[in-house]
Each structure stands twice: as C-alpha cells, then as structure tokens.
Write a protein that binds this ligand. Structure first.
Ligand code: BTN
Length: 255
C-alpha cells in the first residue's frame, strides 16, 4: 500500500517544469538512480523515493531517510538556466535558500538558515542536507534530503541528537508534494537569479548564514584552519577570520 502522503506525480508535472519524474516506494539512493537515468539526456529529471536503503550524504556519509521525509534528486543542465556548463559553486547554497523559502511559511518565528557548505538548520538542528554531483558533461544532480513528517525515535543516535523535522517544528503533518513543488519553483528562480543577478543572491547567502561569529575549524587537503566565521561571500566561499587574516574556502569539511 502506498503511504497516505504519496507524492502526487501528475500534480508535480502540471505545476513544475520537469521533463520526467520517477517516483518509487524504495530505492537504494535517488542520487544513484538519477546517475543511471542521466544517460537518457532529458532534463530536468526528478527522482523521488519514500525510502532509501543506501542514501548518500556528503563526504561518504550515510543519509538516514526516515519514513515521511522527502528524498529526491534533480538532474539539471546549467545551460538551460543560462549558466555555463561547469561546476556551479553556488548551486548547493542556492538550493539551501530555495529550501528555506519553500518551508518558512510553516515555521513562524523559528530561526532557519544555512550551515555552510550544504545544510539547512532550523531551531539549531539539521533540517535538510544537500549533495551535488557534477557529471563529466557538466550537468548537475542536486540531491536533497528534507525532514518533513518524520520523527527520530528510530534514528541512529548521531541523527536523533542533531536533527529536526517540519512536523516537530510546526506540529503539523505537511503535504510533501506541495513542499516539493515550492522547492522546485524556488530553485528554478534561484538558478535564473544566479545567471542574471548573482550579486543579489550572493547577499542572501550571507544574510542566511547561521555560523557568523562562530569559531570554526575547516579541514582541506589534510590541513586544518581555525577562525571566526565572517559569513559567506557572494561567490559561495566561507569566510574565516584567522590569525593570519581573512581566508576564503570553497570546499572543505568542518570539524
Ligand atoms: C548531507 O547532508 O551530507 C547531504 C545529504 C543528501 C541526502 C540526499 S537524500 C536524496 C539524495 N539521495 C541520496 O542518496 N542522497 C541525497
């Protein structure tokens, strides 16, 4: 039996610009499935699953997909959005802002924002994670795990202790299809803005950064750097004020 809040694929196709949608009850990983389907070539292509048995996170981590959460991967071609066919370094931050815009209406005064490089936090806990794979031909697979109607009693400790969901924050069971539609429309708008007015979107990265003023340690190429976060630059870089001055990081793992 499909879950009560099944994704409404005809509604998705009617309301969003999508070439195709694959919706499954369970998959190892929507990200891996999108890689398989990418050979067909048509974009935007969306893969959604109610459950993932081998969901992938950043840096080889696992992504726990609790029942009622949203797990999806969107294959896009930057050229179709007026962007060059090369890694779009701001894409994961743009996806984060699109998620914030999609869900804020249910969150009242709850503080929600970005945790560089690819997380959305709300009320001090992780609400969503974003993983972007760039294919050799320059197309992007944008993978999103968003905690919607899931709770964490069955989750591994490391997830339960630091995650939250929209149902926990809002007290309401939400329509996952509606949230997905709001995200897809917002993300399309973000990509258009990246192509035409990247500075304006860049300012939002900084305004939404929740780590400003925090002391952070970042590891890149086996080297750790500690500094006070001064925000996110318009080009997507994390700004750290270190003892040797301000440094910009385009990648790295926060420790
Ligand atoms: C992270 O926080 O490390 C990123 C998590 C990304 C998880 C999503 S869920 C949908 C898609 N499929 C996957 O296997 N991973 C991404």
């Amino acid at each position: 039996m499909p879950p009560a809040d099944s994704i409404d694929v005809p509604r998705l196709l009617a309301d969003c610009k999508l070439a195709s949608v694959e919706y499954r009850g369970s998959l190892p990983s929507t990200q891996d499935r999108a890689h398989q389907l990418a050979a067909d070539g048509k974009t935007p292509l969306l893969v959604v699953a109610d459950a993932q048995t081998a969901g992938r996170g950043r840096g080889g981590n696992r992504w726990w997909t609790g029942g009622g959460s949203l797990a999806f991967s969107l294959l896009i071609d930057p050229v179709a959005h007026g962007l060059p066919r090369q890694p779009v370094s701001q894409a994961s931050l743009a996806a984060g802002i699109a998620l914030i815009d999609a869900v804020s209406v249910w969150l009242g005064d709850t503080i929600i924002g970005l945790h560089w490089p690819n997380d959305v936090f709300a009320a001090g806990r992780k609400l969503a994670g974003i993983l972007i794979d760039v294919l050799p031909d320059g197309r992007h697979i944008v993978g999103v795990g968003l905690n919607v109607n899931n709770t964490f009693s069955a989750a591994p400790d490391e997830v339960r202790l630091r995650a939250t969901s929209l149902i926990e924050l809002s007290g309401q069971t939400l329509d996952r299809t509606e949230i997905l539609i709001l995200f897809l429309r917002a993300f399309e708008g973000m990509l258009a803005q990246l192509a035409t007015n990247p500075a304006e979107l860049g300012c939002r990265f900084d305004r939404c950064c929740l780590q400003i003023g925090h002391d952070l340690t970042i590891e890149l190429a086996n080297r750790r750097t500690t500094g006070r976060c001064a925000g996110i630059a318009p080009d997507g870089a994390l700004l750290l004020d270190t003892l040797s001055g301000r440094q910009k990081f385009y990648s790295g793992v926060l420790r």
